[in-house]
Design a binder for this molecule. Structure first.
Ligand SMILES: [Ca+2]
Ligand SMILES: [Ca+2]
Ligand SMILES: [Ca+2]
Ligand SMILES: [Ca+2]
Ligand SMILES: [Zn+2]
Length: 684
């Protein structure tokens, strides 16, 4: 086992402690899950940070207050969560009271002036006049964890120049999470702070004990590199464990409410009380009022190392954040976005306005689309004909108007009917990937490959991915099955496969996820997933896992009934790596849900076709007894479906192929569990 993996276990151990301590009460900050997903990057960040700090020790940090330009993206659905400009400004004011320890304000507690100033940007990344607030009418206002990057895809300004703050309606189905934040040196596409509107600012929609704007002060602390004061519980060393800040005494578990005083750890020397008034605990807003000198030093040093560009004077000026700037009212600025730009005919595309400066109205143009124009903020448009389409938006307010046209923004293609089940793949051809399956390997590194070493679920080969030596934690690698026609399948379809897996540590696990899409891959839904103990089929081991028996394999059987109305269903088996161990998949099949293998085997048969070869109409002969539900399907040599009809009709009139090109045609009869196949050679 290498050094890297051992280091990770230490960090995950710390996280497990922090998460466990939260179980009694609802978490107020989603920071732990961010840490869990980015632990490896954070470990690297901390290493680089301590090296840089060592190198810089003795040298002076710049003394000037560092100015952070801010843009606030309000994701709403037209309700009160579309908070007022005044509520946004009240939050910026609180950030400055807290980070500057302004005398006479809530932020003037027992701490220090952190010398960070937040400023609502007055110029956008293109230099357009703005009030620093973007309003987006989108269902993402109420988003799930897996949709986090989508917020940022829709509306995100260059994170090296702006702190992106997102105000939302709900996080993870009212989970109790008030906000979450990224960490310095994390992925650019996840950077920023997300806060519930109910906990943002000091007026308007704020509620309960989180009405004084301290959720954003807390999340900004994470964004500047601070951990919770209760990170790692009491830890083992007051400087090198826990929150890695020496002058914050260790805290066993988060404090809630407003405790007068507490001392939950006695391993600090001298043994002092917990800082229940620290911004990085979970106490009520009214009780949070301080950062320590050590927290300030850590934030300032991280700003020098990882967020350097954002506070440089050139950026302060370019964003309208220098103190001499005199703002004036701004004309509306047209901007818009979609999550996808390549779609299939007939599938809806959600457009959203990201226009600036409170437009009084929206005039959209969708040449070639349905509708062709719209006056709502977030129209849904579909396109009936393949092609490439321009989109334009005109907005105006009392100061002025603006328009934006994006040429060729949307590309539309016809969905192509997929192949009819049954489909089976056991990887026995030893060609990889086998016919019809493709591999998605976004990082070009470790991915699915052929295995002929393990004792397979069936035969001598399977598909395997090596997570053991994979270090790009969080990367997805997919086995993409060929597109399936479940519309004409004529039975309730299911996906089955077998898998084998062992963990390399009981503390973490790779994940296997099955996704399905009916809109040409624009949206995928998760239809099955396993990780941890539920994914493991073998004992935890730090050596490569090699199944030694067919009985160590597990079976998955997933109904595809929800996808029966589509003739182009895309299915992916996705490995999400956590640097665990080998994962194997074998004997993938898409077929009838309710028929056992044995039953299907006895009913499977061959269709006798007469005449064969044929020049036109053919007849089916010597059929076994079949029900009145039996359906006949005919496909051409490329697999394209050319006819679907009830068997009794086919028996009356025959199958007329005279209009089709010469070549081989495939016939299938489906009757509940029965599947019969035949071929006819058409000659003209
Ligand atoms: Ca500490
Ligand atoms: Ca103590
Ligand atoms: Ca196999
Ligand atoms: Ca990969
Ligand atoms: Zn937090």
């Amino acid at each position: 086992m290498n050094e890297g993996i051992q280091m990770r276990n230490v960090i995950i151990g710390m996280l497990a402690c922090a998460i466990q301590s939260l179980q009694a009460q609802a978490p107020v900050c989603g920071f732990d899950s961010y840490l869990a997903r980015h632990q490896h990057g954070i470990e690297g960040m901390e290493a680089a940070f301590s090296t840089a700090r060592l190198a810089a020790s003795g040298t002076e940090r710049s003394n000037d207050v560092k100015v952070i330009p801010v843009v606030v993206h309000i994701f709403h659905q037209g309700g009160p969560e579309n908070i007022s400009d005044a509520q946004v400004q009240s939050q910026i004011q609180v950030l400055n009271e807290d980070y500057r320890k302004q005398a006479g304000t809530n932020g003037d507690g027992n701490g220090v002036d952190a010398e960070v100033r937040f400023c609502l940007a007055r110029f956008d990344p293109n230099g357009e006049c703005t009030n620093g607030i973007v309003r987006i009418n989108s269902p993402l206002a109420d988003h799930q964890s897996f949709q986090r990057t989508m917020l940022k895809q829709i509306s995100g300004w260059d994170n090296t120049r702006y702190l992106n703050i997102y105000v939302v309606q709900d996080i993870d189905n009212n989970s109790g999470t008030l906000g979450y934040s990224s960490f310095p040196d994390g992925p650019a596409d996840e950077d920023g702070i997300v806060v519930l509107h109910k906990a943002f600012g000091t007026l308007g929609t704020v509620q309960g004990p989180y009405h004084l704007g301290r959720t954003a002060s807390h999340e900004a602390g994470h964004w500047l590199g601070l951990y919770h004061t209760f990170q790692d519980g009491c830890g083992t060393d007051v400087c090198t464990t826990g929150d890695l800040v020496c002058d914050t005494p260790p805290v066993a578990a988060p404090h809630f409410g407003c405790p007068a005083s507490a001392n939950t750890c006695s391993n600090d020397l001298p043994d002092v009380n917990d800082l229940v008034d620290n911004y990085m605990d979970y106490t009520n807003d009214a009780c949070k009022s301080m950062f320590t000198q050590g927290q300030k030093d850590r934030m300032q040093d991280l700003l020098e190392l990882f967020r350097y560009d954002i506070w440089q004077a050139g950026n302060t000026t370019a964003t309208g954040c220098d103190s001499s700037f005199v703002p004036s009212p701004c004309a509306a600025v047209a901007n818009f976005a979609t999550l996808v730009q390549q779609v299939c005919t007939g599938n809806p595309v959600q457009f959203v306005s990201t226009a600036l400066n409170d437009p009084l109205g929206w005039q959209w143009y969708f040449p070639g689309g349905t509708p062709t124009t719209s006056a709502i903020e977030d129209p849904v448009v579909s396109y009936a004909t393949p092609g490439t389409y321009d989109v334009a938006l005109v907005v105006q307010n009392t100061i002025g108007s603006d328009s934006l046209m994006i040429t060729g923004m949307i590309t539309v293609a016809d969905p192509v009917a997929g192949q009819l089940p049954p489909f089976t793949e056991g990887f026995e051809s030893l060609v990889f990937p086998p016919n019809g399956i493709t591999v998605e390997n976004p990082d070009g590194e470790h991915t699915w490959e052929l295995d002929t070493v393990a004792v397979q679920a069936e035969g001598i080969a399977s598909a395997r991915i090596d997570n053991l030596t994979y270090t790009n934690y969080g990367q997805s690698d997919a086995l993409v099955l060929p597109s399936f026609d479940l519309l004409n399948f004529g039975a309730t379809p299911s996906l089955r496969f077998r898998w084998a897996y062992a963990r390399s540590s009981p503390n973490y696990s790779d994940q296997l996820v099955v996704l399905a899409s009916t809109d040409c891959g624009v949206n995928f839904s998760q239809i099955w997933t396993r990780s941890g103990g539920a994914l493991a089929t073998g004992p935890t081991q730090t050596t490569p896992y090699i199944p030694d028996s067919t009985t160590t394999w597990k079976s998955a059987s997933i109904s595809l009934a929800a996808y029966q109305s589509s003739d182009h269903v895309l299915i992916k088996l996705v490995n999400v790596t956590d640097g665990g161990n080998y994962l194997y998949v074998d004997r993938i099949s898409v077929g009838d849900q309710f028929v056992g293998i044995k039953e299907q085997a006895t009913l499977n048969g061959t269709i006798s076709v007469f005449p064969n070869p044929s020049t036109g109409t053919v007849w089916l002969q010597n059929l076994p007894p079949l029900s009145s539900d039996a359906v006949v399907l005919v496909r051409d040599g490329t697999g394209r479906s050319i006819l679907t009809a009830p068997l009794h009709k086919v028996q009356e009139a025959g199958i007329d192929l005279s209009a089709y090109a010469a070549g081989l045609y495939l016939l299938t009869i489906r009757d509940h569990g029965a599947v019969l196949h035949g071929k006819v050679n058409l000659q003209h």
